[in-house]
Design a protein around this ligand. Sequence first.
Ligand code: PHB
Length: 395
Amino acid sequence: MKNNRLCSSALRAAFVALAALALPAAVVAEEPVKIGLILPMSGPFASTGKEIEAAVRVYQKTHGDSVAGRKVEVILKDDGGVQPDQTKRLAQELATKDRVQVIAGFGLTPLAMAAAPIATQAKLPMVVMAAATSIIPTKSPYIVRTGFTLPQVTAPLADWALAHKELKIGSVVTLVSDYGPGIDAEKTFVKRFSAGGGKIVESLRAPLQNPDFAPFLQRIKDARPDAVFIFVPSGVGTAVMKQFAERGLDKAGIRLIATGDLTDDNEMENIGAAANGVVTSFHYSAAHDSPENKAYVAEMAKLGVRANFHSVGGYDGMHVIYEALRKTGGDSNGDKLLAAMKGLSWMSVRGPVTLDAETRDMIQNVYIRRVENVKGVWSNVEFDKVEMFKDPGTQ
Ligand code: PHB
């Protein structure tokens, strides 16, 4: 009896001690998960930042601001879009001062490359939502990418041009922005198109900063290829499209084909009829016909933004973070989150996707689209697709 009582009071004491120990853990569990979101909110690529920020807001509005018992807090930083050092400094600050559990965003390739070592050092998952040079995820084992790669969207376009003999695209000049994604696009198009028997007349590269496309377009007009293949990053498409029409390349019978960055949905209102009939390849169109996408586009419109592909990289980036937290039961340890992200599959607003566990890039449909005016709205209308296509890289 006495022993029993002793035993039970000892037990009670043990329980009290355990409860005290458990208390800080419970408090910790209720702390928010912080995402450091670094985007170009100003400067020449501000449209990318605005699209992704809106998508993140839409995600939290439609999925709630907490998951697995943890509130999700987004800390937004503007890197201006053109200075890799600035992006790196912001990533460092978010990791050490703000003590975030995930870094995300990254509007352009050089910015993602600059932040990669911080993700590795701090053991933080880095969700690349926009930057699209193939090599990026190899720069840190902590990177996952929820957008696309240039080789991934370029290869199906080269194949499409080769397959449709009636279009008579036998010779092509390539014109790309002279940095990572442009070089990826050029290499992929040249390799694939030549291997299939097509002729590359010339490969031109325009500077990324303040480009003047007029001399390049004039040179293409003089070279008289059957078609020109173009990659420019989003934000630059309007200038290219207007100059293409002004220089009369279309009238000279030179067909324009491009990755969908050129006919960015965000810019279609400005580009307008100058892009009528242009064929592009891409992983997302605001006109993608699915109930998920219609709902998404409507939510984005409420924020005054026409959804584009970068926004979808942001929206799906949030999905990956939320689903990983759900799988870990709210544990925000970097290695555990990363492991939970790898291999996720879901129905995105762009169509079905898988985050490849091995490459940490998206496996997704690549659509061939044509610019058309649909009920007064210039749209990229999908008419063909390659299903669940993996980044082929540039090798
Ligand atoms: C990039 O810098 O990786 C990038 C930016 C915008 C695009 C595509 C690629 O539309």
